[in-house]
Ligand binder design. Structure first.
Ligand SMILES: Nc1ccn([C@H]2C[C@H](O)[C@@H](COP(=O)(O)OP(=O)(O)OP(=O)(O)O)O2)c(=O)n1
Length: 146
């Protein structure tokens, strides 16, 4: 395949789970689809006058705070959120979506091509944290001695 990111196995990180329980995102909408839909939403409301980079950043951070509120005082939350109700899961889905929507629009207004930037950043992360060297350790790269 010509797209290197597709070489990562879809089940990465969930190898212990039976196939029926593995989680993966839907293929659509893409990040570009989300950018376009949000651009239409703001255009239709004449809201671009408010959506400058700094305002979008503040809006995104506000939504991150709303995500934090959902986790507040719960102590440790296990993967898959086993103790959460359907209503709580849907609330979380909405708040995470708000974060993503503002992040994508912030990147657009800053002219950052987010999907390509993510590929470059992940390549850097792999260089900084070679799997063979950092296996099982959460230390920051500056803490490793040669
Ligand atoms: N000026 C605005 C206002 C809203 N939105 C869109 C992007 C977010 O997805 C969502 C945010 O809406 P709210 O500010 O009403 O925030 P919530 O949906 O989180 O509502 P609440 O704060 O009541 O939980 O709507 C937007 O693009 N631009």
């Amino acid at each position: 395949m010509s797209e290197p990111w597709r070489e990562f196995h879809a089940s990465a990180g969930q190898n212990g789970l039976p196939e029926s329980q593995r989680f993966a995102f839907s293929a659509q909408p893409t990040i570009e689809d989300i950018r376009r839909m949000q651009a239409e939403f703001t255009d239709e409301r004449d809201w671009n006058q408010f959506h400058q980079p700094r305002n979008l950043l503040l809006a995104m951070v506000g939504e991150v705070g709303e995500v934090s509120e959902l986790f507040q005082w719960r102590g440790d939350v296990a993967e898959g959120l086993p103790d959460w109700t359907e209503a709580e899961r849907e609330h979380l889905a909405q708040e995470l979506s708000d974060v993503l929507i503002y992040l994508v629009e912030l990147a657009e207004k800053c002219r950052v091509d987010l999907p390509q930037a993510v590929l470059r950043k992940m390549a850097l992360n792999r260089q900084k944290y070679p799997a063979s060297r950092v296996q099982g350790s959460a230390k920051k790269y500056t803490e490793y001695e040669d």
